[in-house]
Design a protein around this ligand. Structure first.
Ligand code: AP5
Length: 214
């Protein structure tokens, strides 16, 4: 059983590494970002409620995130564990996951300097249907502008505008970064393995460093 949390600022490469780790460990990815974007795209009540928050780089409430995770964990594919991409993002969410009885085995912090993040985001392209992401320079699709698997058009995320990226970084430093100390301190007491990897290295090198630890 592996329950793995990926922590790190927006654009650190969590989604990119999450797909590789899920393949390696045969566990599903639970990405609250992907789930919320799907809700917005479907036009559901939840989507209408969170659309503006996502576009402007704020955080969706802990209550909404708790309900999403609770629902997702009831699916049978989570029986052998899961990869938590971008969740928890606040101490309140960490408490909620704890109350759900999830035993985390690994917490991985991917760290990248803020300056690099801003330049990375401008080159990101995503496949809306699956959340698969690319970078026009560092991780390009086989055919420019199109998803490798489905051949569908890639798009730019609304929240990848430079001013929104700066807001997301501010929110990260204020509300999410404290979780790294929180989990690091738990790793001394519980059986959680906490480690940091340098996300400024290539996608392959970052994955190699993560693979060694899990
Ligand atoms: P979410 O989708 O989770 O966004 P994020 O955490 O801000 O992370 P990103 O998806 O932007 O980046 P990433 O670290 O996954 O990097 P990626 O692999 O794409 O959340 C979006 C919004 O939803 C939030 O702002 C919030 O509003 C809401 N939300 C979500 N979860 C929430 C929660 N739990 N609580 C409250 N609100 C929540 O890589 C970025 C780019 O870099 C790509 O182009 C990629 O190809 C490239 N790249 C990746 N690795 C490398 C590398 N090693 N070298 C060079 N380029 C690389």
């Amino acid at each position: 059983m592996k329950n793995i949390i990926l922590l790190g600022p927006p654009g650190a490469g969590k989604g990119t590494q999450a797909d590789l780790i899920c393949d390696l460990c045969s566990i599903p990815k639970i990405s609250t970002g992907d789930m919320l974007r799907e809700a917005v795209a479907s036009g559901s009540e939840l989507g209408k409620k969170v659309s503006n928050i996502l576009d402007t780089g704020g955080l969706v409430s802990d209550e909404i995130i708790g309900a999403l995770i609770h629902d997702r964990l009831s699916k049978p594919d989570c029986e052998k564990g899961a990869l938590f991409d971008g969740v928890p993002r606040t101490i309140g969410q960490a408490d909620q996951l704890n109350q759900m009885g999830i035993i985390f085995t690994h917490v991985i912090e991917i760290f990248v300097e803020d300056e690099e993040i801003v330049s990375r985001m401008s080159g990101r392209r995503v496949h809306s249907g699956s959340g698969r992401n690319y970078h026009i320079l560092y991780n390009p699709p086989q055919k420019e502008g199109f998803d490798d698997i489905t051949g569908e058009l890639l798009v730019q995320r609304e929240d990848d505008k430079p001013e929104t990226v700066l807001k997301r970084l501010k929110v990260y430093h204020e509300q999410t970064k404290p979780l790294t100390d929180f989990y690091n301190s738990l790793s001394n007491k519980d059986n959680i393995k906490f480690f940091r990897v340098d996300g400024s290295k290539s996608v392959e090198e970052v994955f190699e460093n993560i693979s060694k630890e899990i």
